[in-house]
Design a protein around this ligand. Sequence first.
Ligand code: 9D3
Length: 235
Amino acid sequence: MKLALITLFPDVIESFKDYGVTGRAVAEKKIDLQCFNPRDYATDKHRTVDDRPYGGGPGMVMRCEPLTAAVQMAKSWTEENARVVYLSPQGKRLVQVRTQELAEIAEEQNLILIAGRYEGIDQRAIDNLVDEEISIGDYVLSGGELPALVLIDAILRHVPGVLGHAESAGQDSFSESTEGGLDWPHYTRPEVFEGQAVPDVLLSGDHKKIEKWRSQQAKTKTRKMRPDLILNRQN
Ligand code: 9D3
């Protein structure tokens, strides 16, 4: 699976390739992640990638030409009909089912992600290049790089062989084992830490009882922290 990322800050992305399950996926060539910097494709004397907005107002806007050239290079590296996703505050909010669907799309036709900076990108670049716009949630960030990494991380977890045998995407919170609810509490050694003991049931060896306790803990936590997950399962 080829993932191309259009970004003015490729260095921000690099460390992601070195650590954890995602780093292993890169090392084992389950995915090929490459950055394309619009700056490298700016043709004017000063290599400008942004300019002031028509109509006035604060901030700068990413220009069409360098973006278009970068996406074209990304397409020749991936494939001509690669899915193009623009990470944007105006996008549809990302949920777990969509990460699964995008993983399937990415397996079929590869993926080009555009991370914006400044106030965003010229609308004509969106109209010409972008298949869909995705936001990762209702809070303000400084650009699309972290959202792109969030999306890549979530997609990779669905790629066969990326997760070990113990984990599996189906076991994740927001997935099957807790029926779309939150996880149960976890404990490991020591049995007593600063006077706090591990719940007896977990040491009982009674697997039926343990399973029942965990599911009840998960339900209580979900009702308290995320009642919305019970009311409208949109994941
Ligand atoms: C303070 C600037 N805002 C004026 C109304 C608009 C704005 C422009 C650019 C807000 C954020 C950004 C940069 N954010 C992203 O590129 C972004 C993002 C986000 O901020 N939150 C959640 N998901 C995403 S995906 C891309």
